[in-house]
Design a binder for this molecule. Structure first.
Ligand code: F6P
Length: 504
């Protein structure tokens, strides 16, 4: 059994370094070293990250890296990337990286390639109109029914890539609230609609219930429709999908070792390929693969997921900070905060370590956020003057800074202005500064600028892989399993007990 991270002397050293910041400000760090933005910037896979507005100096950075080494980060990272059973409570790998970089084992590589060939082929057949409804009408609407990882990743990537490039519109339904499915089907014609149930387990209540209701909507159509032409499924349990009336040729599978919140790279990405084509999907995977290669090979000192993960630990455990905000400055990344909430809070919201012992230190923070600039007129009051604070990620698109469209330039400049205000507060306002107590913004609030070269499939893939690996890094430092979610089961079981007591 490993000792608790907090018992390590490297941990105690960091507590000392934390105290060394008591008499300093972020502004004073810049005064000492005006070249901070250059010193504290890193690039990989079309992503540039500036961490200069953090409470960080050479000593702390060195101490954080020493902690990472003491936690054997490189060894555990290799175990993850080599497909070892890092998901210890479920005794299996968490090998989503194999979906974007073919693994060495030829039989695994072949079977993944075949699974991908099948769902990408189906997407292209739909886009070309070769797949029709049972009356011969081309499919023009696809309604994807899934929840959690079977919804958020595919939904985010589909939205992030912009307007669909094919003739098929893709909609997503996750909530059991009837309104969402009703809205998705409102102007859909059953004879031209395909319903895709996306569920790894094919036991999830919301998904099965919505899929049943949607199937009945098909049946209620005046003209009898052959359901086999209007249903498809993505799952790790094809037998269960077949039992619900999905034709075996329309069931796309992925391995059990792909976790739900890490599954958009598998057949769960079918909606992405339907909306944007197989090339866009492959580019998304290529961007993620680039980030994985960087994570695997770059020294810890320049390794983006490692650096961001360590900053996460720094604020949670040494600054007593229990939340982190994310502000994507791109409307197409609107649901990034919701996606990250699942990725990080399901992965890191853990109270026992990998040996089942209470951890005794704080783990995953609350992750929250909103799209910029909308967020500036809602939550930024808290960001600048609240009594406690959230470190923030500003996700920006570099090419917006040079855009011909003035509003894109404004969008980009707004993110930087907010990050500056968080770091320096009102002290840099000069003549416009007010001395009234209620107008003072103290600054000293850290943030990262995460800059994508452009908002394309490759950069989006790299960004999502960056967040996945950063989450993993934190789990290694805290010694928790990032790949299970037993807490969710409690609520599921209680609902089932209620349903058994009072049948609906
Ligand atoms: O209950 C939580 C959860 O298991 C998530 O981890 C998962 O992404 C979601 O439900 C959906 O599960 P499934 O894909 O099996 O329907």
């Amino acid at each position: 059994m490993e000792s608790s991270p907090s018992e390590l002397r490297e941990w105690q050293a960091l507590e000392e370094w934390r105290r060394s910041f008591a008499s300093r400000t972020i502004a004073s760090l810049f005064k000492v070293d005006a070249s901070r933005p250059q010193r504290w910037s890193y690039s990989a896979a079309s992503i540039h990250v500036d961490i200069s507005r953090n409470w960080i100096d050479e000593n702390t950075f060195g101490a954080l890296l020493t902690l990472a080494r003491a936690r054997d980060l490189e060894k555990v990272r290799d175990a993850l990337l080599n497909g070892e059973a890092v998901n210890t409570t479920e005794h299996r790998p968490a090998w989503h990286t194999a979906l974007r970089t073919p693994p060495k084992d030829p039989s695994v590589a072949r079977s993944l390639e075949e699974e991908q060939r099948l769902f990408l082929g189906f997407a292209e057949a739909l886009r070309s109109g070769r797949i029709q409804g049972s009356t011969g009408a081309p499919i023009d609407t696809v309604v994807c029914i899934g929840i959690g990882g079977s919804d958020l990743g595919p939904r985010l990537a589909t939205e992030a890539l912009g307007a669909p490039t094919g003739p098929v519109r893709v909609r997503f339904v996750s909530n059991i609230d009837p309104v969402e499915l009703r809205t998705a089907l409102e102007d859909a014609r059953p004879e031209a609609t395909l319903l895709i149930a996306i569920s790894k387990s094919f036991t999830t209540l919301e998904t099965l219930e919505n899929f049943r209701v949607a199937r009945n909507w098909l049946k209620a159509h005046a003209q009898p429709l052959d359901a086999a032409h209007h249903l498809a499924a993505v799952t790790a349990h094809p037998d269960r999908a077949e039992k619900m009336g999905v034709h075996p040729k329309r069931i796309f599978v992925f391995p059990e070792w792909v976790g739900g919140r890490y599954s958009l790279w598998s057949a769960c990405g079918l909606p992405i390929a339907i909306a944007h084509g197989h090339e866009a999907f492959l580019q998304l995977c290529a961007g993620a693969a680039e980030m994985d290669a960087h994570f695997a090979q770059a020294p810890l000192e320049t390794n983006l997921p490692v650096i961001l993960g360590l900053l996460g630990v720094w604020y949670v455990n040494f600054w007593n900070n229990r939340s982190r905000a994310v502000f994507p400055y791109a409307q197409r990344l609107r649901i990034l905060p919701a996606y990250l909430q699942q990725l990080e809070m399901e992965s890191l919201g853990k109270r026992v370590d990998v040996d089942g012992r209470p951890i005794g230190i704080d783990t995953g923070p609350v992750v929250w956020g909103e799209v910029g600039t909308t967020a500036q007129h809602s939550v930024f009051q808290f960001m600048h003057q609240g009594t406690h604070w959230s470190p923030a990620d500003f996700v920006v698109i570099a090419e917006h800074a040079q855009s011909n469209e003035r509003r894109n330039r404004l969008l980009h400049a707004s993110a930087l202005a907010q990050a500056d205000a968080m770091a320096w507060g009102d002290s840099v306002l000069g003549a416009e500064r007010s001395t009234a107590a209620h107008a003072i913004a103290p600054g000293g609030r850290p943030s990262n600028i995460i800059s994508l070269a452009q908002l394309d499939a490759r950069s989006i893939g790299a960004l999502l892989a960056l967040y996945e690996q950063r989450t993993f890094v934190q789990s290694v430092i805290w010694n928790v399993n990032a790949f299970d979610q037993w807490g969710v089961e409690v609520g599921k079981k209680l609902l089932q007990q209620r349903l058994d007591r009072e049948p609906f």
